[in-house]
Ligand binder design. Structure first.
Ligand code: LMR
Length: 350
């Protein structure tokens, strides 16, 4: 009995002490202690930069470089928060999130703007660019300027183009070398009508799937293959689910860097210059490094036992080109005469 009374007294004292001394909720609602490192926090400008690829890719590294330049040059006034791998927004909703101001910058593959702005399909024409220099000329010349202007109607500012590399096709059925090999092959593509029609002309069927769903769809065999750059194929481990890769260089994957228009206008002139110059330097950097990054990733893919890498012969490439002729004939309707003439001029030059 004595023991019972002692235990009860102990519990009661404990509850009493906790209520009156232990759980002082007023403390939680009090304002934070003064901390001079927090000073100016509300003045800090934050750029949320969302993208869908891995960190160890041309775009992943370029965003990091841009972020550190902006932070350094603005003495920490502008902070760039990076959301990679589609962790905040994916390729289906990042454009709307940018437009609505939930994030301030994105750098989607140019193909992802083609459904909203059909002219962007000019960059997805098959074998559009005979060389890297030709890509650069398109981005920096009249094609680039015309395309960057299109997004203004969404209250978005087109800032620059970034480079990745030529796309290659992979499959788990058979090597994709001549058009007949594409029969009964189901491929993942980016949402671009131009890419869709080129693969359909080769005889394949396609699904427009988000980038970050590609691996899982290869894994369950919903798709048999896909097209992408070596850096994306390697960093997302897509090659592990594929038995064949063809170095076809049939298309180029590059990016457009976009910023929310209101956010841009609200920046001071000095901050606009910092952002613009950091982008110029990053564009220059990704131009110089994207080729070697893709080459390094291709070498790693070649070392994997699970996949055979083939190169298109000139003859095989010619058979693809012939198949694509109707795609070029129809393109003028969606892309317009002026941009088509511009792309033909670039093709003749390089
Ligand atoms: C893709 O969807 O395959 C690419 O756009 C991913 C990227 O951003 O490089």
């Amino acid at each position: 009995m004595k023991t019972f009374a002692a235990i009860s007294l102990f519990i009661f004292t404990g509850i009493f002490t906790a209520l009156f001394f232990g759980f002082d909720l007023s403390e939680a609602s009090e304002s934070l202690e003064y901390d001079d490192e927090q000073e100016g926090l509300e003045d800090e400008i934050v750029i949320k930069f969302s993208h869908v690829v891995a960190e160890n890719t041309p775009k992943g590294k370029a965003v990091r470089k841009f972020a550190s330049l902006v932070q350094d040059w603005s003495n920490g006034d502008i902070k760039v928060e990076i959301y990679s791998n589609g962790t905040l927004y994916n390729d289906q909703n990042e454009y709307t999130a940018l437009k609505d101001g939930h994030i301030q910058m994105i750098a989607p593959a140019t193909s992802k703007l083609t459904e909203r702005f059909p002219q962007w399909q000019v960059l997805d024409l098959p074998f559009a660019f005979p060389s890297y220099e030709a890509v650069k000329q398109a981005y920096q010349g009249e094609i680039g300027t015309t395309l960057l202007n299109t997004v203004e109607k969404d209250g978005i500012k087109g800032m620059t183009f970034w480079y990745n590399g030529y796309k290659q096709v992979t499959s788990n059925k058979q090597p994709l070398l001549v058009p007949a090999d594409f029969n009964r092959t189901h491929l993942r593509i980016m949402p671009s009508p131009m890419i869709e029609s080129q693969f359909q002309s080769l005889g394949a069927s396609t699904s427009k799937l988000p980038f970050n769903k590609t691996y899982s769809n290869l894994e369950v065999n919903f798709i048999n293959g896909q097209e992408n750059t070596p850096s994306n194929i390697y960093s997302k481990k897509l090659f592990e689910e594929q038995a064949y890769m063809t170095i076809s260089n049939h298309g180029y994957l590059g990016y457009v860097v976009l910023i929310n228009g209101t956010f841009w206008k609200d920046l001071s002139k000095e901050h606009q210059t910092i952002v613009q110059e950091a982008l110029n330097e990053t564009t220059d950097w990704i131009w110089r490094h994207s080729i070697e990054m893709n080459d390094a990733h291709l070498r790693k893919i070649k070392r994997a036992d699970s996949i055979d890498v083939h190169y298109l012969t000139n003859e095989q490439k010619e058979s693809w080109k012939q198949t694509f002729e109707p795609v070029y004939e129809e393109a003028e309707n969606t892309i317009g005469k002026r941009l088509m003439e511009e792309i033909y001029t670039i093709q003749e030059q390089y």
